[in-house]
Design a protein around this ligand. Structure first.
Ligand code: NAP
Length: 326
């Protein structure tokens, strides 16, 4: 089958468009004819050999895909050949066929396209879990979202509004302001030009944000700790900025606030029923037109490397999709 092949760890230049053997589903797994795959920052870490999972060579990158179930492994229940699905994969999405664990594979609404489904699972799954299960966000609270035009960030703006929060969003360039506003942000701050800490204080009468959604980390997190409200929840989503911050315990004490780790993949594996219930809710919202996945750009399979470079360029908005079968 056609695939993007990684034969050694390294820069994205190690990727080549080539052939891999078609995979066979083991017990509890399904084989998917992949139509589209969503690209994620951690794909670049896996290719570099810096991710927790290190696949055996040769492998295809790609951690989330959408397509048709074409074969079932032993013991799989609740899914059938021919089902339209989205799946969270260990790797292998940038290929014509991929293997997924059945419990990480979900039937998608009829009205959802494969491109929309391909980039849905990781970012929406993470964001719903973060805001609802981890932060217990309440209507009327102030939600500050960093990296707000990115994959997880734009979902946080959208779901935050839907859950009744007042959303303040930060972005690193003026070009990203419009899309974040379209997704419902009440205020958007370009943090390269303005000190977001001061603006958040101003907008909240000096109190600060109740929930802070932080996929960037580093300095952005350090500054966030200075504009968090009493009883605030700082959601640690990721470190796209490149530095893993140290959070001072005295700041947590003085503000009566919490730093809350969010690891959606771990939650999805340990709390399968709860994770499926989260998606059932989001699919309901999707069908009612309340959420609309934003695809910032599409690339053909042969240009997977360009798709990943685009994510690293910091210019992408929403999800970047690789289309494998039209
Ligand atoms: N905890 C979990 O379960 C979980 C799940 C999914 C993703 N994540 C993590 O969340 C982070 C964001 O993922 P994503 O899919 O939203 O990525 P993305 O689409 O690339 O967005 C990341 C955003 O971070 C901002 N950023 C700030 N400094 C950056 C830098 N030096 N390089 C790149 N981006 C930078 C960028 O916005 P501005 O330039 O506008 O600031 C960018 O839009 C990643 O670290 C990912 O691993 C965690």
């Amino acid at each position: 089958m056609q695939a993007i092949v990684c034969k050694e760890f390294g820069e994205l230049s190690v990727l080549a468009h080539g052939e891999l053997a078609e995979p066979v589903p083991g017990p509890g797994q399904v084989k998917i004819e992949v139509h589209s795959s969503g690209m994620n920052f951690p794909d670049t870490l896996m290719i570099a050999g810096k991710y927790q999972a290190k696949p055996p060579f040769p492998f295809a990158p790609g951690m989330e895909s959408a397509g048709l179930v074409v074969a079932l492994g032993e013991g799989v229940q609740g899914l059938n050949v021919g089902d339209r699905v989205m799946a969270h994969l260990s790797w292998g999405g940038c290929a014509e066929f991929a293997i997924a664990e059945a419990h990480k594979t979900l039937r998608i609404p009829d009205s959802m396209s494969f491109d929309e489904a391909a980039g849905f699972m990781v970012t929406y799954g993470t964001t719903y879990h973060a805001l609802v299960d981890r932060a217990l966000i309440q209507a009327g609270e102030v939600l500050l979202v960093h990296g707000a035009a990115g994959g997880v960030g734009l979902n946080a703006v959208e779901l935050g509004k839907l859950l009744g929060a007042m959303v303040i969003a930060t972005v690193g360039s003026d070009e990203k302001i419009d899309i974040v506003k379209q997704y419902g942000a009440d205020h958007v701050i370009n943090y390269i030009k303005q000190d977001f800490r001061e603006v958040v204080k101003e907008l909240t009468g000096g109190e600060g944000a109740d929930v802070i959604y932080d996929p960037v980390g580093g300095d952005v997190c350090d500054q966030s700790m200075r504009c968090i409200n009493w009883n605030g929840r700082l959601l640690i989503i990721g470190f796209a900025g490149g530095r893993i911050q140290d959070i001072k315990a005295n700041m947590l004490l003085l503000k009566g606030c919490s730093a809350v780790g969010v690891m959606w993949g771990g939650f999805a594996g340990r709390s399968v029923a709860e994770n499926h219930a989260n998606f059932a809710k989001m699919f309901e919202w999707y069908e009612a037109g309340k959420i609309k996945p934003h695809i910032g750009d599409r690339f053909p399979l042969a240009e997977t490397r360009e798709a990943l470079e685009f994510i690293l360029s910091r210019k992408s908005t929403g999800k970047v999709i690789v289309t494998i079968k039209e």
